[in-house]
Design a protein around this ligand. Structure first.
Ligand SMILES: *[C@@H]1O[C@H](CO)[C@@H](O)[C@H](O)[C@H]1NC(C)=O
Ligand SMILES: *[C@@H]1O[C@H](CO)[C@@H](O)[C@H](O)[C@H]1NC(C)=O
Ligand SMILES: *[C@@H]1O[C@H](CO)[C@@H](O)[C@H](O)[C@H]1NC(C)=O
Ligand SMILES: [Zn+2]
Length: 530
């Protein structure tokens, strides 16, 4: 409390003398001027403004009523850097000076993403880490490292099943929900509710195809409908209708279902809910839905993953729209909620080395964070933003400031005198596009003859692979928030370099959820209540 008073008093003093700060408390700067970069005063005031914001933001030690965890799939640190430049350049401001929404957050840490048996992780084992707080094996979800890939029996043993922060929230009488741009049965969202020895067991057809018996190995879609956590989720939004429909039924988009067990899990979901359960299949239906009369909301907007935002499919909701709809339903619970929001296609675009799409999905993700901030109160809502793993994307060479981040570098290679793109990958598909062999000598093609203006432009890479791989670098964690005197409860805990599996422990502490020590375990005199 003393610390809080000290900071409050300091903030008041700073307010009194803030007129001398050109870039005052949270004043937005003039981002369109490159000439300012040459000014000594600019850098001085920029640093002073950052310091001012830090000094005027005391740690918030209240209990978090709501926790929203944003996961940019594959959103490596260079992806964030390139994303902010891309966003700024599209908006006509100096991209290098731009900030994505979560870059305004005060507290940043680094998360170590490796899994129990892989230096470079996938989205499955990392989901166990950042949602259940325990690291596990590559390709498995919601089970301990005692479960190897395809070990169906092991995945059903109670002692091997992990419980996610969504389960903790439900146990703590809060609501829980998930939003993603991938299939809702894909690896990251599955970490909220599923326990499986193979991330690809999305439907019973998939289980069979992979040589296992669905009777011993419940598929992920079924766990979303029948599972202890899955059946109690109030909000589920993303894609993947075919994983829920029998192979005799078409979805509303005209695609045949995949299930062999003849269950229509979408109908079952709606019929078994204790309240007003809405199912929507289009953006229009989502935007017209009355959240105040919705107890449960299932939105499935594609047979598979949602279309990329840049492909502008007419009736696909955006990530910010889905995030808003989810918060509107979940915030009806007076006890609060846990919400998982995934920007899932940053990763897919990187795998295809379609850098522009990856950056556009990153900007959408940032806009979803902004939407969440607008709809919540920073005093009682902890917002945490991170990534599951990195990618091999880099920004390289010495491009001039304001050079297009998705274009050719302003420099040429000093070896072959040919241009190169500022963005490239360590490995990826379509090797023959970028290299040619002349008289047995491999040479780079002249990139001036390739078109990098289209959303689907494929970026160059070093090692040929069928698809670009993940990267093993640490990913950043960003915790709420930089607004004057307002930030998410306990967001200061998220600083430092730590194992990815620490994240749910920190979120659980702030919101009094889960099996570890929480804020509510502190001595009453050490607690602070609003
Ligand atoms: C649908 O699933 C049933 C049950 O496994 C199977 O016998 C049938 O061949 C499948 N139909 C199609 C069209 O795949
Ligand atoms: C589903 O996604 C595919 C692939 O991105 C896209 O072509 C299709 O238009 C989408 N369907 C709907 C209904 O949005
Ligand atoms: C920055 O780049 C954009 C796009 O190429 C250009 O329109 C603008 O004039 C540049 N700004 C400066 C100050 O060079
Ligand atoms: Zn991933």
């Amino acid at each position: 409390m003393r610390a809080l008073r000290f900071f409050a008093a300091l903030a008041l003093q700073l307010t009194a003398c803030s007129s001398q700060y050109k870039y005052g408390p949270e004043q937005s700067w003039d981002l369109d001027s490159i000439s300012e970069l040459k000014s000594k005063e600019f850098w001085f005031h920029d640093a002073q403004r950052t310091l001012y914001n830090k000094l005027s933001t005391p740690p918030n030690q209240y209990r978090a009523k709501n926790v929203i965890f944003f996961l940019g799939d594959g959103m490596s640190v260079p992806t964030v850097t390139a994303g902010r430049i891309f966003d700024g350049q599209l908006r006509g401001v100096v991209g290098e000076r731009n900030r994505l929404e979560f870059e305004k957050f005060n507290y940043v840490g680094l998360s170590k993403t490796y899994c129990v048996n892989k230096q470079v992780a996938d989205s499955a084992c990392t989901a166990s880490a950042y949602l259940s707080g325990i690291k596990a094996n590559y390709l498995t979800i919601g089970v301990t490292a005692d479960v190897e890939l395809n070990d169906c029996r092991g995945s059903r043993l109670p002692q091997n099943r992990l419980s996610s922060i969504a389960a903790w929230a439900l146990k703590g009488s809060k609501s829980a929900g998930l939003v993603t741009t991938t299939r809702v049965t894909h690896a990251s969202p599955a970490g909220v509710y599923a326990h499986t020895s193979n991330r690809d067991f999305e439907s019973d057809y998939d289980v069979t195809k992979l040589g296992q018996n669905p009777g011993n190995c419940p598929d992920i879609a079924q766990q979303l409908i029948d599972g202890d956590v899955g059946k109690r989720l109030r909000v589920v939004m993303g894609g993947g209708t075919i994983k829920f429909l029998p192979n005799t039924t078409n979805d509303v988009f005209g695609n045949k279902g995949q299930r062999l067990d003849n269950r229509n899990l979408i109908e079952e979901w709606q019929q078994t809910k204790p309240g007003n359960a809405r199912v929507v299949f289009s953006r229009t239906d989502l935007l017209n839905n009355d959240a105040q009369n919705t107890d449960f909301l299932l939105g499935l907007f594609n047979a598979s993953h949602l279309a990329y935002h840049m492909d502008d499919s007419i009736d696909t909701p955006t990530l910010p729209e889905m995030t808003a709809a989810a918060i509107n339903v979940l915030s009806r619970d007076p006890n609060g909620y846990f919400l998982f929001v995934e920007g899932g296609r940053i990763d897919h675009a990187h795998h295809e080395t379609k850098a522009k799409k990856a950056l556009d999905e990153t900007v959408q993700f940032s806009d979803a964070v902004r939407k969440a901030r607008q709809l919540t109160n920073p005093w009682d809502t902890l917002i945490v933003v991170s990534a599951d793993h990195g990618h091999t994307v880099t920004i390289s060479g010495y491009p001039d400031v304001n050079n297009s981040i998705v274009g050719l570098n302003s420099e040429l290679s000093n070896v072959d005198q040919l241009p190169y793109t500022s963005i490239s990958y360590a490995n990826g598909p379509a090797y023959e596009r970028f290299y040619k062999s002349t008289d047995g000598v491999v040479e780079r093609v002249d990139l001036r003859n390739l078109d990098f203006s289209k959303p689907d432009a494929i970026y160059p890479h070093g090692v040929p692979m069928t698809e670009e791989t993940h990267g093993g670098g640490d990913v950043a964690v960003y915790a709420h928030v930089v607004e004057y005197l307002l930030q998410g409860p306990w967001s200061h805990l998220f600083t430092g370099v730590y194992e990815q599996s620490t994240l749910p422990h920190l979120m659980g502490f702030a919101s009094c959820l889960g099996p570890g020590i929480t804020y509510c375990d502190l001595q009453p005199k050490a607690r602070y209540s609003p």
